[in-house]
Design a protein around this ligand. Structure first.
Ligand code: GLY
Length: 355
């Protein structure tokens, strides 16, 4: 077992271990209390893990309710958000009760936003069941739903009571969903730790407890300094600006991790072209991305990506903060105008993207 202590507007632990689900009720009782526990999950995770969590919650004297959404990004919408609020109100869930987000990033973000706003805030717990949620979205308190106009455009910073990361749950992920999370792991290596980057080359699955632990520690350190995402935390967006563009262009057919992988490659190419990092950084990144069975190229062109990127919430007036690596293990924020952004994108695609 490994524990990371997060210090933010709420202090809480991220507990990383195998076989946590059967003990989840005890942790939730200690850290959240309450009479009713409402599990919010998706249809795939529900089949696999709800019964174990329900039993543990009931063993710890909770009345358990469950709300199931369809698996996938399209569930992170305003209709589901309102339906869940109505469900909670109908069942008289009170401020002293607790919501349990059991699932990946979609379930965590949606549940977190419901928790942040229902009765002006109720307690919630994150139980991530994907690698992406384990290393990134369950930690740090970003909660959100999507709008037609773009991803995560409505949300709140709202920290959970505890994050229970049972990495046994990763065994039931498809290779594709596991790879998706690898993109976020690689991100942490590039922006903050060459050691982590190297450990990934030895195999992420083989060393999963340590890798999750290292990623969560990096995120903890960043969130402690910039919980509300006004500066340093933006480093966690490495690959995400172009990545969100690719996701939007594909109508979310290209998954988040794949889009981020392509985004990391493109922005690193630009970084080489701009003389910010050496080509070896790009070569090492490409090698690791291939090893993790992630894509590194896109058929979308500059004009398509540029248009959708303009609606990204990271665009602030006519400026955008890009995250560019200087080496493996370090990245900086580079503030550019959206016109410069277009030039940078053009540079990434020059000569068919070959440097
Ligand atoms: N996923 C990026 C962040 O939490 O800031």
């Amino acid at each position: 077992m490994k524990i990371v202590q997060v210090s933010a507007s709420k202090n809480y632990e991220v507990i990383i271990d195998k076989d946590l689900l059967p003990k989840s009720g005890g942790y939730i009782r200690e850290r959240a209390g309450g009479r009713i526990a409402v599990i919010i999950t998706d249809d795939i995770v529900d089949e696999l893990y709800s019964d174990t969590v329900i039993k543990s919650l009931e063993d710890n004297e909770y009345n358990v309710l469950k709300y199931v959404v369809k698996n996938g990004e399209s569930s992170k919408n305003s209709e589901n958000y309102i339906r869940i609020l109505e469900y909670l109100a109908l069942h008289k869930v009170s401020r002293s009760d607790v919501l349990v987000a059991l699932g990946g990033g979609v379930v965590g973000d949606l549940t977190g936003f419901v928790a942040a706003t229902y009765l002006r805030g109720v307690k919630f717990v994150q139980i991530p069941t994907t690698l992406l949620a384990a290393v990134d979205s369950s930690v740090g308190g970003k909660t959100a739903i999507d709008l037609e106009a773009g991803k995560n455009l409505v949300g709140a910073f709202y920290q959970p009571q505890v994050v229970l990361c049972d990495y046994n749950t990763l065994n039931t992920l498809t290779e594709e969903v596991f790879s998706d999370g690898c993109a976020e792991v690689i991100k942490y290596g590039v922006i903050a730790s060459e050691e982590l980057f190297e450990a990934c080359s030895q195999g992420i699955k083989e060393n999963i407890e340590n890798i999750i632990y290292e990623c969560v520690k990096i995120k903890r350190d960043i969130v402690a300094q910039d919980e509300f995402d006004t500066g340093l935390r933006q480093l966690l967006n490495f690959g995400h600006t172009i990545g969100h563009g690719i996701e939007a262009c594909s109508n979310y057919e290209v998954t988040h991790g794949k889009a981020v992988a392509i985004g990391m490659i493109l922005i690193t190419k630009a970084s080489v072209k701009l003389g910010i990092c050496e080509k070896i950084v790009l070569d090492r990144l490409e090698k690791l991305i291939k090893l993790c069975a992630l894509p590194f190229d896109t058929h979308y062109g500059v004009s398509e990506l540029y248009q959708v990127m303009l609606s990204d919430k990271k665009v602030d007036g006519k400026m955008i903060n890009l995250v560019v690596p200087t080496t493996i293990g370090k990245a900086i924020l580079k503030r550019v105008s959206i016109d410069e952004m277009k030039d940078i994108l053009n540079k990434c695609f020059e000569n068919g993207g070959i440097l």
